[in-house]
Design a binder for this molecule. Structure first.
Ligand SMILES: Nc1ncnc2c1ncn2[C@@H]1O[C@H](COP(=O)(O)OP(=O)(O)OP(=O)(O)O)[C@@H](O)[C@H]1O
Length: 222
């Protein structure tokens, strides 16, 4: 997979309580492999809507998401499932299964991706230690801090070594050192040819992103 993602005239309209709410109003852009792309914009500007749609989780009202020439929302479900295994995603609020330990949550994700193998478990453990949460893996998600939960969500998203990383505000709640460690990790993954897309308010991505997109009130601004 060459990992080129093209977004064409993406429009997302939510319907709630009999009213339409514009999530995104005509976004177009390409996300390339070996690059960190950052989507900036104030709260409510449509960043998460765009990321979820790129992540195959939110069908657009109009427009398309094209992975290597294939329109994701026209693919048969079995093909979408295959594609999802190549995507690692973190949500704005990390969600875990609270009766399992953090490590078991990571294993579950590996299982879902068809990668519950020693090689990937080792990778997950290495990632956890790199991100400074190696010693909390046995804990329950309710017993860890917000910053630790964010880092655990990153480990879970990256453990199966996906080609595409979609991270929703990955540095929110992280202190300076954790942010630097995460950025270093993302830069390593970028060098390995991953397609990395982050939504963010964090000026650190202004410095390190290879491609930048700006949203306001659902519209793309330049
Ligand atoms: N399920 C929904 N139903 C109705 N409106 C929604 C829904 N989800 C999002 N919206 C609206 O769509 C717009 C874009 O929301 P989105 O979450 O994509 O913004 P965002 O830029 O990620 O914001 P934040 O930085 O606060 O997370 C907002 O006006 C929001 O109120």
């Amino acid at each position: 997979m060459g990992n080129l993602i093209e977004v064409k005239n993406l429009k997302i309209v939510y319907r709630a309580n009999g009213r339409d709410f514009i999530g995104l109003d005509g976004f177009s852009g390409s996300f390339e492999s070996g690059k960190i792309s950052a989507i900036f914009g104030p709260s409510g500007s449509g960043k998460t809507s765009l990321l979820m749609s790129v992540g195959t989780l939110l069908p657009p009202t109009e427009g398309s998401i094209v992975y290597d020439g294939r329109d994701v929302y026209s693919l048969p479900e079995a093909e979408v499932q295959k594609l999802r295994r190549k995507i690692g995603i973190t949500f704005q609020e990390p969600t875990f299964i609270n009766v399992l330990s953090v490590w078991e949550n990571i294993e579950l994700a590996l299982y879902g991706a068809g990668k519950l193998k020693a090689e990937f478990k080792r990778r997950a453990e290495e990632l956890a230690y790199k991100l400074g949460i190696g010693d909390i893996l046995h804990k329950r998600p309710t017993e860890i801090s917000g910053g630790e939960a964010r880092r655990a969500a990153v480990v879970r998203a990256l453990a199966h070594d996906p080609d595409v990383l979609l991270l929703d505000e990955p540095t929110a709640y992280l202190d300076g050192e954790s942010t630097r460690t995460l950025i270093k990790l993302l830069e390593e993954e970028k060098e390995r040819g991953k397609t990395i897309i982050v939504t963010t308010h964090d000026p650190v991505f202004d410095k390190i992103a290879d491609a930048k997109f700006y949203l306001q009130h659902g519209k793309q601004i330049t």
